[in-house]
Design a protein around this ligand. Structure first.
Ligand SMILES: NC(=O)c1ccc[n+]([C@@H]2O[C@H](COP(=O)([O-])OP(=O)(O)OC[C@H]3O[C@@H](n4cnc5c(N)ncnc54)[C@H](O)[C@@H]3O)[C@@H](O)[C@H]2O)c1
Length: 250
């Protein structure tokens, strides 16, 4: 069955890989990101070939009405929503480090995108899923929601809250046929982490911390999302699925 899937932050990194995977699976997608230009730079991958199964919707997930208007347009276009992947996220700028030096506005921005954005996405989508009799929500959290990333206080706090929001949704809507799970990736090679991983010394420091001695890829994240969104994962609800090459195992 071809599902209708909304993916936020779909223009880059994990979101783009997730969008490509659903497309290759035959699903119909709504790709959401801040910038229309970034969403439309799609000649390099499968998006052109599958143009009949994609709508690109520029929106700020953190804005009051961004996800509301996305959901309205998706329902107008496809008539339903089977899967919502809340993937858009930011780490904050270079000043968003330890608490006493993090500008208040930067803390607020990280929480707004990473947490409020997911709240708003779910708040707009859940009524549609309730009407349909079910659906699947996948929140991209991070292992930073389980262990602290040094000097990334706002990011760490936001991802911890995403895991709790995920559990809260599972508790409130499981009996309505809605499953909600979080994926907690470790270090993944994407534009978000490029500044660190392109520096050989920093890359070595990261690798030294990972038992499996490899950095994850956006395709690994897409594989985890495909599984957790599939009927094979029907008994997963409220879980925080860790995929980190063993980072948090030690
Ligand atoms: N890369 C990693 O190591 C890693 C690890 C764990 C979790 N994650 C999470 O995966 C998700 C995707 O990260 P990525 O590594 O692909 O980063 P990325 O920077 O490559 O992509 C993030 C995308 O989100 C979009 N975005 C940012 N703010 C937005 C907003 N307000 N509204 C709509 N779109 C917005 C950006 O434009 C960008 O296209 C994030 O939630 C991130 O926290 C990443």
């Amino acid at each position: 069955m071809s599902r209708v899937v909304i993916i936020t932050g779909a223009a880059s990194g994990n979101g783009r890989a997730i969008a490509n995977r659903f497309l290759n699976h035959g699903d119909r997608i709504a790709a959401v990101d801040l910038s229309a230009e970034a969403l439309e730079e799609r000649n390099e991958d499968d998006w052109v070939a599958h143009a009949d199964r994609i709508i690109c919707l520029p929106a700020d997930v953190a804005g009051d009405s961004g996800m509301e208007s996305v959901v309205r347009r998706v329902v107008e276009h496809y008539g339903r929503i089977d899967v919502l992947v809340n993937n858009a996220g930011i780490t904050g700028n270079q000043e968003a480090t330890s608490i006493h030096v993090t500008p208040i506005a930067e803390f607020d921005r990280v929480i707004a995108v990473n947490l409020r954005g997911i709240f708003l996405g779910c708040r707009s989508t859940i009524p549609v899923m309730l009407k349909q009799g079910g659906g699947v929500i996948v929140n991209i959290a991070s292992i930073a929601g389980m262990v602290a990333f040094p000097a990334r206080a706002a990011y760490t706090a936001s991802k911890g809250a995403v895991i709790q929001l995920t559990r809260s949704i599972a508790a409130d809507y499981a009996h309505d046929g809605i499953r909600c799970n979080a994926i907690c990736p470790g270090m993944i090679e994407t534009p978000m982490t490029q500044w660190r991983l392109d520096n050989p010394d920093l890359r070595q420091q990261v690798l030294a911390r990972i038992p499996q001695k490899e950095i994850g890829t956006a395709n690994d994240v897409a594989s985890a999302v495909m599984f957790i969104a599939s009927p094979d994962a029907h008994y997963f609800n409220g879980s925080a699925l860790v995929m980190d090459g063993g980072y948090t195992a030690i």
